[in-house]
Design a protein around this ligand. Structure first.
Ligand SMILES: NC(=O)c1ccc[n+]([C@@H]2O[C@H](COP(=O)([O-])OP(=O)(O)OC[C@H]3O[C@@H](n4cnc5c(N)ncnc54)[C@H](OP(=O)(O)O)[C@@H]3O)[C@@H](O)[C@H]2O)c1
Length: 443
């Protein structure tokens, strides 16, 4: 179908006006996988809801049909049928950049509001699609794209709209959290914790996106744009994998009253122009902090504002049912919006002068060495040359001299300075494996 001129689209009755006029909003569900099925279940189970499911789209749809969907719902494998239909809201739960991106644009141009759970798409093209929604007088709600059932986006954009957020931090990937908490609780190595996560359905067969930090990074991009109002692209944010974390690191972390979690953090600094610090890394977190208590595949988001201070949200960040709750909540947002302009969730975001992962924080560095006299002195000499102060040195007994682990904690220094020092230290002859460097979360 040819796109309709935007002026015509804006003349149509917006979904929220139809809802306030008492008519149920028609929902087209695009994608009938894990999340799509749960959305359909939620929509079909509540006869009093202001929504009625009218279309279900999926490729080769015949194999997807189930008997619990009301008979009036139209099943189709032609996306054109959905785009040309009178559905008010297009719920995109197909995933991936394309064709989902093209369909979302076409749906907005066809006068439909859109709800999506697609973090890849929103991290990559969120501001552009939000602009299109505004131009067409429709809404694009993205609450389910970050942290599944935790209403992080809604809380940030509505509940905390009166504050000025400067920092968002949290645990945004349930798979990594499952693996790390398993290692923490049982002393398991990374590989066996990953295998168990895969067997239980908490990790995909190809876990690269989770383990390397790419999945959490896409969510951090969305939260940064929505909450800090700073435009950032995924590739600007450094991320480090959790796979080099070993059981020995949890032992040493405990000695320091800490544990290890994959932390995503973005912090804006406006002192000398707009600058963004952001990173996704395995991080030492104090056992006393809320973040250390996030278990298994749960997520947690801490939004810190200049006025309200830190607000913590936690819960299940993935899974069909929790994510479907976020989607249906976004449907209610659309239904509730009166005649006001669609929520502006992207255009006020500014481009920063710089983006870096160069946080100035204390660090933990773990070495595994072939033992000989003088190793500590050589490492300390390099740190001293770079102006990095050692805070503590720990070496647990019971390891062979051929592969002896010890750790140093370092006083606050910039990550980039430390990287340079570690590059030099890495050239010394006693390493059995590359030193592991983790930031230590202090607040
Ligand atoms: N699962 C979660 O816990 C979770 C949490 C938060 C956000 N999300 C997001 O929600 C979205 C959906 O995730 P999901 O877990 O429900 O994925 P899924 O189980 O793979 O479901 C995707 C559905 O879309 C269909 N589909 C995929 N590509 C298609 C194409 N090109 N044309 C037509 N149909 C297509 C698939 O059909 P086939 O069966 O033929 O492949 C499948 O039925 C993703 O953006 C994901 O990032 C998921």
């Amino acid at each position: 179908m040819a796109p309709r001129p935007e002026s015509k689209v804006a003349e149509q009755i917006a979904p929220e006006q139809r809802a306030s006029a008492g008519r149920k909003l028609k929902i087209a569900l695009v994608g009938f996988g894990t999340v799509g099925r749960s959305v359909a279940k939620l929509l079909s189970q509540n006869p009093h809801s202001p929504f009625v499911l009218t279309h279900i789209y999926n490729r080769n749809v015949a194999r997807k049909k189930v008997d619990w969907i009301p008979a009036q719902v139209r099943w189709t494998d032609k996306i054109e049928d959905v785009l040309a239909s009178d559905a008010d809201i297009f719920v995109e739960v197909v995933g991936g950049l394309e064709p989902a991106g093209e369909w979302v644009s076409k749906a907005l141009r066809a006068g439909k509001s859109v709800v999506t759970a697609n973090k890849l798409l929103i991290a990559e093209r969120g501001p552009e699609l939000l602009r299109l929604a505004r131009q067409t007088g429709r809404q694009l709600q993205i609450g389910a794209s970050v942290a599944g059932g935790i209403p992080a986006i809604l809380a940030i954009q509505e509940g905390l709209a009166g504050d000025r957020l400067y920092r968002i931090a949290g645990i945004l990937n349930g798979t990594c959290n499952y693996i790390l908490t398993k290692m923490e609780a049982t002393g398991a190595g990374f590989d066996s914790a990953l295998k168990e996560a895969q067997e239980l359905g908490f990790a995909e067969a190809d876990p690269t996106s989770d383990v390397e930090g790419y999945d959490a990074r896409a969510k951090l991009v969305i939260l940064t744009q929505a909450g800090l109002r700073v435009n950032v692209r995924s590739e600007q944010i450094p991320c480090a994998p959790i796979s080099p974390v070993e059981a020995v690191d949890f032992g040493y972390a405990r000695e320091l009253n800490c544990t290890i979690r994959q932390i995503s953090i973005a912090q804006k600094n406006t002192a000398n122009g707009l600058r963004l610090l952001a990173a996704v890394r395995p991080t030492l977190v104090p056992l006393a902090s809320l973040i250390a208590h996030v278990q298994r595949n749960q997520n947690l988001v801490i939004a810190s504002g200049e006025f309200a201070g830190p607000i913590v949200l936690s819960g299940f960040g993935a899974g069909g049912d929790p994510t479907a709750v976020a989607i249906v909540s976004d449907l209610y947002v659309i239904a509730r919006q009166s005649n006001a302009a669609p929520a502006d969730t992207g255009e006020l975001a500014e481009d920063p002068q710089s983006v870096s992962g160069d946080f100035v924080v204390p660090h933990y560095v773990r070495f595994i060495v072939r033992d000989r006299p003088g190793i500590v002195a050589e490492v300390a000499a390099v740190f001293a040359r770079f102006g990095i102060s050692i805070d503590a040195l720990l070496q647990k007994p019971g390891y062979p001299h051929s592969a002896l682990p010890f750790i140093m904690t370092l006083e606050a220094c910039s990550s980039s300075l430390l990287d340079r020092a570690l590059e030099e230290i890495g050239r010394l002859d006693f390493h059995v494996e590359r030193p592991l460097c983790l930031p230590i979360l202090t607040q």
